[in-house]
Design a binder for this molecule. Sequence first.
Ligand code: ZN
Length: 179
Amino acid sequence: MAEQPILEYPHSALRTVCQPVHAFDESLSTLLNDLADTVYATPGIGLCAPQVGELKRVLVMDLSDDGSALQEYVNPQIISRSGLAIATEACLSLPGISAKVIRSGTIVVRACDRHGTPFERTLENMHAVCLQHELDHLDGKLFIDRLSAIRRLPLQRRLRAMASAPSAGISATRKLAES
Ligand code: ZN
């Protein structure tokens, strides 16, 4: 169990479609433990495997104030969605950037736990937003991809600066909220 460095835009791992997990073994448990340790070291509320360089369909989230409600999702899929939620999102892999994103307000997620046991869970509001944000990561998508061109425009300068920085994409753990 150890905190891992968080990869930042424009690292290629953040643009890769991640592979489903087939082996519910010790290495998966280690990955889940590492993700929890890493997200708890930030003010973030969710983190997924590609953000620490593991291209697997694995994510964790905890929206409690005291780190008491960790949820682990392996191979998550949204099987139904309804309503809308509009929330200001940020991302540990896009430090210094935030924007309002429109997503489904209620979702039903099917996933497995770390032992391979399937479950279904209904998530609403910020829980639903967080899951959708993290699930996008597993498909190589970032929340900035969900913005219209006009709403993305004010962020372009910052994105360009990140892409051209000498340390572009090199891992660094940032103290920025992820939602
Ligand atoms: Zn993110």
